[in-house]
Design a protein around this ligand. Structure first.
Ligand SMILES: [Zn+2]
Ligand SMILES: [Zn+2]
Length: 369
């Protein structure tokens, strides 16, 4: 084990990351030290950088990450199997206590009273290695750790522990099956994953809505049957098109992953009688939206939010990519990979918004373009 490891420190809104080294101490027996092999920049990291939501400083951001266990451990994986040094692993974005009301009776461990979230904690002694934009991360007790099957590549695996697990965890709360039509608002990483999850669940129509043509093009390779560009057509026009596509009924299921305030309004407009709306995108405060609640009542709609995810969703995410990886080009969703020392360039690239994900590889030269 190296005695020191690099971390990239976030010091505040729109400030450059600072690269520095911190001493690695041997993990406690209930902790797991992981050498990170790939981390991807999530939309939440961009929200933090631009001040849309806050983080304690200094902080090592990054929570979509994978790596290899860096020293011997007696900790077991999420299925109770022993873990070993060298295992390639992913982990839940949070650690839960396992003892509180949310962890038990309410089955919401992702809202644990003593919740710890990776990439959202202050990097101070003795806990420097809390986030993904670093050479190492220390996984705490109460983290669900999963071994990554050999058939899933690093590029496929890195975004799973936030983006895909969030989508699958959200879908599990409403369990939409057998519906004929769905609309996904936002064709970023979550929206693209949502499109292929809904197709795999049997939805015949999966419409995706975004403002970026390139994202909509990518969504088509991930199961979107119809795409609508909000910078070219109005929400009313899209609603009319969905009305026609669904024989005048309106869509059965709406997923909001854009974080755009209008998306919730659109969902209520576009849903048909008995429809359901899953909202996952408002992960920043003050997402104030005015809706015509009359539509919720008269259309008998179900609305559901979800935050973080139940740890079991990460196991489902790995299984989903194993089973469907031949049908969808998951690797291509990571459009560029930068070495850790170029983290500022990586964030500049991510902010441009044309790549679905930008990766940071602390152990190599990266693959920028
Ligand atoms: Zn995230
Ligand atoms: Zn708890």
């Amino acid at each position: 084990m190296h005695q020191r490891a690099s971390i990239a420190l976030f010091h505040g809104v729109n400030q450059p990351f600072e690269l520095c080294e911190r001493k690695i101490t041997a993990p406690n027996k209930d902790e797991v030290l992981v050498q990170i092999s790939l981390a991807t920049i999530c939309g939440s990291d961009l929200h933090t950088l631009t001040g849309r939501r806050t983080a304690p400083i200094p902080c090592v951001l990054g929570h979509e990450a994978i790596g290899r266990i860096a020293c011997p451990t007696t900790v077991r994986d999420a299925y109770g199997e022993p873990l070993h040094e060298g295992d390639r692993v992913t982990w839940s974005i949070m650690a839960a206590c396992g003892a509180c009301d949310y962890c038990n009776e309410r089955n919401l461990p992702q809202k644990c009273e003593r919740l710890f979230k990776y990439g959202h904690a202050q990097s101070i002694p003795p806990h420097f290695f809390n986030g993904g934009f670093a050479e190492h991360i220390c996984l705490r007790p109460g983290t669900a750790i999963y071994r990554i099957p050999d058939t899933i590549s690093d590029l496929e695996a890195a975004p799973l522990n936030c983006a895909l697990a969030t989508v699958l965890g959200g879908l599990a709360t409403l369990d939409p099956t057998g519906g004929a039509s769905a609309v996904v608002q936002g064709a970023g990483m979550l929206g693209i994953y949502a499109a292929c999850c809904l197709r795999e669940r049997g939805f015949e129509i999966v419409a995706c809505v975004d403002r970026v043509a390139e994202r909509l093009r990518i969504a088509e390779t991930f199961g979107a049957t119809h795409t609508f560009n909000l910078s070219e057509g109005s929400a009313v026009e899209i609603g009319e098109a969905l009305h026609d596509l669904t024989g005048g009924r309106g869509v059965d299921f709406a997923v909001e992953v854009s974080g755009a305030e209008a998306a919730l309004v659109n969902s209520l407009d576009w849903l048909g009688i008995g429809g359901s709306c899953l909202t996952l995108g408002y992960v920043f405060p003050h997402a104030d939206v005015t809706v015509d609640a009359h539509k919720i009542v008269t259309k008998c709609l179900t609305m559901r939010g979800n935050h973080n995810y139940h740890p079991s969703a990460l196991g489902n995410a790995l299984r989903f990519v194993e089973e469907t990886g031949a049908r969808y080009p998951f690797e291509e969703l990571v459009g560029a990979v930068y070495p850790l020392q170029d983290i500022n360039a990586a964030f500049d690239r991510a902010v441009q918004g044309d790549l679905i994900r930008v990766g940071i590889n602390p152990t190599s030269e990266g693959r920028p373009f």
